[in-house]
Design a protein around this ligand. Structure first.
Ligand code: MRU
Length: 347
């Protein structure tokens, strides 16, 4: 595939993102030169998906410093802190945002004391490293998952977790990609994923380019296909995995997990360990983003609901750990009891 969700343009020192709001109709790249507009791009979902949001935040810091011409390290430090602050407020649920900003801060703290030029170089190289590792981690998740993917597998996938939602390759969609690359003859039922339609717009776009067989379905059709015995497993990404395994992911994930449980279909959550948040004890403590009503009342520019009604639009839900068959990370496959086994991943 020849698109990039996010990349650094060395010549002009800008961060470039593929505007995912326009896909699949238009492939348009937008360039950013300051942290505040990168934060805006995250909030408005120019870029979205937990790992991609983390990388965008890291590059948001880098771009801010690269376009600040001060020679004074203290001035740059103040600019860094302000950029960090604005990026932290861009979206609340995906822990990768905070993970990336904390990791950048750690590196800055450990190597503080250089010139302004060294400070800029340090922040940019730390951002590059986050982006580089993301691709490596995604490929490893795909390989680790292979033992769970039978020949001729029929999967259901929710939201978009592919190259668009990451720096490249993908997590849950990466699992599907790896199985396809290994000749497992995998096919995918793609949940459309109301209201932003990440499944219909983005996942189908990616699967089409990869020539992986897929069929678009409405979110409510998963029970229909599972009841007919046409689904071997569900595979989804994650925005935050609490210490007990409860997992926040795109709204509708919980419903899918319940239907899978009722039909004894395995339910797999895939994500990098940067999405595991051991400081959050369980799903109750995860901050769930509430988005604007117009995402629900309108499809594109067309209004589909009466004016003046009350609307609820939580962007994520939490799937209790008991409905998750396994969590697939780059460090291996984790099963119940999640509290002990997730902690062991970091030992
Ligand atoms: O609101 P979005 O599109 O950012 O939500 C994305 C998801 O919920 C993904 O499943 C999750 O971030 C994992 S992406 C590899």
């Amino acid at each position: 595939m020849d698109y990039k969700s996010i990349e650094w343009v060395a010549k002009t020192q800008v961060v470039r993102m593929l505007d995912q709001r326009l896909l699949p109709g238009e492939v348009k790249y937008v360039e950013y030169t300051e942290a505040a507009t990168v934060a805006g791009a995250i909030t408005d979902m120019v870029i979205r998906g937990a790992p991609a949001i983390g990388a965008a935040a890291a590059y948001g810091l880098a771009v801010e410093l690269c376009h600040n011409e001060s020679d004074d390290p203290a001035t740059l430090s103040a600019a860094y802190r302000a950029a960090d602050d604005v990026l932290r407020r861009s979206r609340p649920t995906a822990v990768n945002l905070f993970w990336a900003l904390d990791r950048m801060q750690d590196i800055v703290d450990k190597k503080a004391g250089g010139t302004a030029r060294e400070f800029r170089a340090l922040v940019l190289s730390a951002a590059h490293e986050i982006a580089r590792q993301d691709v490596e981690v995604n490929r490893q998740i795909g390989l680790n998952a292979l033992e769970l993917v039978p020949e001729n597998a029929r999967a259901i996938h929710h939201c978009n977790t592919g190259g668009l939602a990451t720096v490249a390759y993908g997590t849950a969609l990466g699992v599907i990609r790896t199985a396809h690359e290994q000749g497992r003859n995998i096919s995918v039922l793609v949940d459309e994923t109301r209201p932003r339609l990440q499944g219909a717009r983005l996942t189908c776009w990616e699967l089409q380019q990869l020539a992986i067989p897929h069929k678009l379905i409405v979110d409510g059709a998963s029970g229909f296909y599972m009841k007919r015995g046409e689904v071997d497993f569900c595979v989804v990404g994650c925005d935050r995995i609490a210490a007990n395994g409860d997992t926040a992911n795109k709204i509708g994930t919980y419903n899918l997990a319940l239907v899978a449980h009722a039909h004894h279909v395995p339910f797999y959550v895939c994500g990098p360990t940067s999405t595991v948040d051991l400081s959050t004890p369980d799903g109750e403590d995860i901050d769930i983003e509430q988005r604007t009503a117009s995402e629900v009342t309108c499809v594109g520019k067309e209004r589909i609901a009466p004016e003046g009604i009350d609307v609820g639009n939580p962007a994520f839900d939490v799937t209790p750990a008991e409905y998750i068959t396994a969590i697939i990370t780059e460090r291996g496959i984790v099963r119940q009891p999640y509290k002990e086994n997730l902690r062991r991943l970091f030992a």
